[in-house]
Design a binder for this molecule. Structure first.
Ligand SMILES: Cc1ncc(COP(=O)(O)O)c(C=O)c1O
Length: 373
């Protein structure tokens, strides 16, 4: 049996009639830009997340970039984040004009180490961007403590963790703002690119909204220089329909992750993802670690099991960040993880049979490998 890495069509199939109807109505009205569905989605998401302010934007990268801009962060400032994240997390810092400062991940986890973050703080530091990587919450208590002590903004990168909870609170509601991506394969995805910023600070959300719409307050008055980063009406309508299903989809991911955990538990060569205490994980990705990752990946691929790497090159080793002159060895935990991580098939409609097929193939690989030594 072949197993896809992600299959979105299974989750959209039953929703297509509702999505078609919503889109047909928008097309008939030609309400493509800033149609009422955009505000409806923002209000829906605000209720879902429990915050007063949400602004839809064109993608997750701009959610981060516009939030930093709205916070007044720019040239001469520093923003701390991890090197083991999607490129856009750091790119958004550069887009704002601030400098990226990397700090390593915590031992045994994939998220920012608060002690490493503290060591990276200088008089220029204005914000920290913790990434809730793979849908696993970062250590928010310790990071909020740093924020209080050093007077720093905390901009949560929630691109991979919509719906995850840290000590009962949804991630994205704990820091200054939460930045979301609706890239198609995210836990809540759209038909193309999309994103949102959520915050308890409604003035901040107003600023993001102005910046995302060419710096204007109304049709003809531009009070600042912004950009075009609006969420399209068609996407907002689809997102609103899908948001009703997000919690259920996340529960399906949790069931699949529990099955993987259960079936892989006996094989100590495979390092399973750790869930921090008192956290609810939404498994955007189910990532194992294995010393000979490339061999295992090739074996699974040869059997029609698709896997992914998130991410094989830590950002400080990317050519784009060569100018930072950060050598191999600068962030040993992120570097080690990048060599050993392997993302297994994970999506809401994955079947137990598919998870079992993946695990059986891993077990077969481990057995054949042992025999050759
Ligand atoms: C952790 C993280 N941050 C930011 C982004 C950027 O989001 P987008 O692709 O919507 O610009 C992504 C998505 O790729 C991501 O995974």
């Amino acid at each position: 049996m072949e197993v896809p890495f992600v299959d979105l069509s299974r989750q959209y199939e039953p929703l297509l009639p509702a999505i078609h109807a919503a889109m047909t109505s928008i097309i008939k009205r030609c309400a493509f830009i800033n149609g009422p569905e955009v505000r409806e989605f923002e209000e829906h998401m605000a209720r879902w997340i429990g915050l007063p302010g949400v602004c839809g934007v064109s993608n997750g990268t701009h959610a981060l970039y516009l939030t930093l801009k709205a916070l007044g962060i720019g040239a001469g400032d520093e923003v701390i984040t991890v090197p083991n994240t999607a490129f856009p997390t750091a790119e958004a810092i550069n887009l704002s004009g601030a400098d990226v400062v990397f700090a390593d991940i915590a031992q045994g986890f994939y998220n920012l180490d608060p002690e490493a973050a503290e060591r990276a703080i200088t008089s220029k530091t204005k914000a920290i961007i913790p990434v809730h990587l793979y849908g696993i919450p970062a250590d928010m208590d310790s990071l909020m403590n740093l924020s209080d002590r050093y007077n720093l903004f905390v901009v949560e990168d929630v691109a991979q963790a919509m719906g995850a909870r840290y000590k009962g609170e949804r991630v994205g509601t704990i820091g200054t703002a939460g930045c979301f991506s609706f890239f198609p394969s995210k836990n809540l995805g759209t038909f193309g690119d999309g994103g949102a910023v959520a915050s308890g600070d409604t003035e901040l959300i107003k600023k993001v909204r102005v910046l995302a719409n060419h710096g204007r307050l109304d049709k003809f008055n531009h009070i600042t220089l912004g950009t075009n980063s609006r969420l399209d009406t068609l996407k907002a309508a689809q997102l609103s329909i899908c948001l009703n299903h997000l919690d259920g989809w996340n529960q399906s991911r949790q069931k699949a992750a529990a099955l993987y955990n259960n079936l892989l538990q006996p094989y100590e060569e495979i390092i399973l993802p750790r869930v921090p205490e008192d956290c609810e994980v939404v498994w955007h990705l189910y990532v194992i670690r294995y010393r000979n990752r490339d061999e295992l990946m090739a074996f699974l691929n040869s059997r029609g099991i698709k896997t992914g790497l998130h991410y094989p090159i830590p950002l400080h080793r990317q050519p784009a960040y060569e100018y930072l002159k950060l050598k191999e060895g600068s962030f040993p935990r992120s570097e080690e993880a990048s060599r050993e991580i392997l993302s297994l098939p994970m999506f809401p409609m994955i079947t137990p049979e598919e998870v079992e097929t993946v695990v059986k193939a891993i077990v077969l690989f481990l057995k054949t490998r042992k025999k050759t030594y």
